[in-house]
Design a protein around this ligand. Sequence first.
Ligand SMILES: [Zn+2]
Length: 197
Amino acid sequence: MSNIRKTYEQKLSEMNDIETQLAELMKDERVKKYLELNDQRLKLNSELLQLYTDMKKEEFSKCKHIWIPISKNIDYYEGRSDIDYGCVKCGLDQRVLGTYNPRFLSTNDKIIYDYFLEHYATSGIRSHTLCNFDLARAMYAKIVENHPDIDDVTALKYFEVALDDIRNIRVNEDRKESRVKRLMLKPGFKNWGGHKN
Ligand SMILES: [Zn+2]
């Protein structure tokens, strides 16, 4: 018998042995229950993902967007520049459209990507001041927290004034740190100029 055939037959016999053991275990009520629960979990998981997706898409479609320019892509070869916008209210972020392969996007980014493909989301108002998106969202959240009934146009004005202040007032490192905490940004946040991402 060739070596390959011998190995094949050995593995086949191992496989039969495992199948017998599995069949035996399947008679156990606890094992049955385990497998049943596992199936239910898988099904629930995909239902949850679908509902989460629908929930986010509903949130995006109901939002009266406030768009902030969050990154500028300059194409020197073609001599033009594109600006990506992000909505500080719902989190729609046009940068995901520049992704090389959408399959590698996170769950949230993939939902945003699909939403942009399905919808022409350009309604709402927009700012012209380029700003880091995390900073912009944190500042907007703080404005709404302090003025719960504020309208969008006024909120955008407050945002631009606050951004101007941040850029013009030199602050020491201690104050930057407390600002990070106040705006609930990630502890390592350094991008107070807010230009690059
Ligand atoms: Zn929005």
